[in-house]
Design a protein around this ligand. Structure first.
Ligand code: GLA
Length: 381
């Protein structure tokens, strides 16, 4: 059964009628550029062929009924005029928050019946929540014929997450879910939201491995890192670390606390690596991309301190196999979750065997492997 047929059937079973519209928004993997987005910096993600799919139909009142097929408590109902945070139904807050900010933005919407299913693993750093927010926005844009650009949709999704759900994330995840391009990664400038698509070179695949480490302290540590970056920007009297150079940072080392210095060094050097990685991708210079991804991982491990021993180990296992013919690093916020590798498609079988054999031996955990290709965002024409 196709994804479309499955969600239509779920909708019919839940609501007892048909004729729903079907919308989809992808998750993402970040090839390079982590913890740079909220510093007004550069990122290089791709949307992936895992995402959130929704079937929905308009109602004549202002009631929202939602059926979330993959969640334990599957059903929620609320009125658009009375949207509150629901502490006992976390998944529903993505719907509630997104619709609240959409209405505050001035969109004229009414009620809807909604069925949702998704296959982005939750808590793995592949943006299941951003794909959910963007899928809801795409659904309402379709049902109520809203003129919503991909950039505005991404901003609304981020706003819902920051102001309603309570996670202080940057814009990368929502933007790539909305605006990703088939077979391409995207270099995004998070300061002015300009972007450039970069083709994934022929013969290479995105090989993603979930360490399956239960992520702890993600929100608190994430927010702490963000504050530390803001503190250094403040020291230099600039809005964000994007505006500080490595030379300036080094010149002020004696004045800056050691941990803060390292956080800033990661962000500033990562921005340089993202731009270099874009050139490497565009010229199919995989050896250079490989070195940049390795340096990014080391910087996230030693300076930003967001990796785990399992992520470091997985990177090592994959790096030993691929050498300079591909690149590998942790991806996303860190503290568990996934590593991303960009590897020759011809090596995938061998790589899969090695990871499945070696990772459990060394770390006592089973890896999950996702073979991905860069996919189209929900708002990309
Ligand atoms: C999470 C956030 C993003 C970004 C990454 C780290 O995925 O949602 O905005 O900050 O972490 O690069």
């Amino acid at each position: 059964m196709t994804g479309q047929a499955k969600i239509e059937q779920l909708f019919l079973k839940q609501f007892n009628y048909q004729n729903a519209v079907v919308c989809h928004a992808p998750g993402r993997v970040n090839i390079i550029g982590d913890h740079t987005d909220y510093n007004d910096g550069f990122v290089l993600p791709a949307a992936i062929n895992y995402g959130t799919t929704i079937a929905a139909a308009k109602r004549d009142d202002d009631i929202i009924r939602v059926y979330a097929h993959d969640c334990e408590q599957q059903v929620d109902q609320f009125k658009l005029s009375e949207i509150e945070f629901e502490p006992h139904l976390m998944w529903s807050n993505y719907v509630r928050g997104t619709l609240k900010v959409l209405m505050e933005h001035g969109a004229q919407i009414g009620g809807a019946d909604i069925a949702v299913t998704g296959n982005v693993p939750q808590g793995a750093g592949l943006s299941s929540s951003a794909s959910f927010e963007v899928a809801i926005l795409k659904t309402f844009a379709t049902l109520y014929q809203l003129e919503l650009s991909g950039i505005v949709a991404a901003q609304l999704g981020q706003q819902a997450e920051n102001e309603f759900v309570g996670c202080n994330c940057g814009i990368m995840d929502q933007l790539i879910s909305a605006m990703g391009k088939d077979q391409h990664a995207m270099m995004l400038d998070c300061k002015d939201l300009s972007f450039e698509d970069a083709p994934i070179p022929q013969g290479l695949s995105l090989f993603i491995v979930n360490s399956n480490v239960k992520r702890g302290l993600v929100d608190s540590e994430y927010n702490l890192r963000r504050q530390q970056c803001e503190q250094v920007a403040k020291y230099f009297g600039v809005p964000a670390l994007r505006d500080v150079t490595l030379a300036q940072l080094q010149g002020a080392q004696a004045d800056i606390d050691d941990a803060l210095f390292k956080r800033a060094r990661h962000v500033i050097s990562e921005n340089i690596r993202v731009k270099a990685a874009l050139s490497a991708l565009k010229s199919s210079d995989i050896a250079t991309l490989s070195r940049l991804m390795k340096a990014s991982h080391q910087s996230l491990r030693d300076d930003f301190e967001v990796t785990t021993k399992e992520l470091d180990g997985l990177v090592q296992i994959i790096d030993n196999e691929i050498g300079l013919s591909g690149g590998v690093r942790m991806t996303g916020g860190g503290f568990g979750g996934c590593v991303v590798a960009i590897v020759p498609t011809s090596m995938i079988e061998q790589l899969t065997t090695t990871v499945i054999r070696q990772y459990p031996l060394e770390y006592g955990l089973k890896p999950s492997i996702y073979l991905c290709h860069a996919s189209q965002g929900a708002f990309r024409a």
